[in-house]
Design a binder for this molecule. Sequence first.
Ligand code: SF4
Length: 205
Amino acid sequence: MNKSDFDLSRQNQHIESRIVAALERISQAFRVLLWQESKTYSLSPIQVQVLIFLSQHSREKRKISYLADEFNMTKPTLSDAIKALEQKNLIRKEYEKNDSRSYVIHLTKKGKDIADKTSFFSEAIRTPVSELYPEDQENMLLSLLSIINYLNKSGVITIQRMCFNCIHYSFSQKGKKHFCHLLNKPLATTELRIDCPEFQQENVE
Ligand code: SF4
């Protein structure tokens, strides 16, 4: 009989199940930390995530449909979060000249201040990661990027602005080298990006 990763007899015999269980614990830590930070500012976790995203991304990504894809949510649910942020005077909308239903979302000064402060919610996770040996960090980055790429390709998660699915990326099997054709330079494993401003989606067959 097929057993799940949370079946302890399977988990204790298979390293991949223990890794999955460990990733689940880390996702719980993210949820707890984000929740604590949200409570401080009387916001919901998704409202905090949206503020942080808006503070770091260019205007073409600061639209409802892009945000809905980014956060794997429906447009109405995302619109509700934006409405709540507008009522709290943390964002403002700039309507497009040629389409009065479409708008770009900007942070207000107050919204930017909160985004800057709350973006430190993950510090408790960065600390133990920063204490790993450099080669373990490198292996971890590569492994996580591979898992994320797989989940993206199989449709579990949407948009991923990372090297592995960027049109400018190539990998030489022979030399085991990563290369960015936009920056026109080889990329060391430690330079592979997970959220690149220059990312362009590769063509999907
Ligand atoms: S443009 Fe950015 S995401 Fe694309 S390969 Fe270069 S560094 Fe990676």
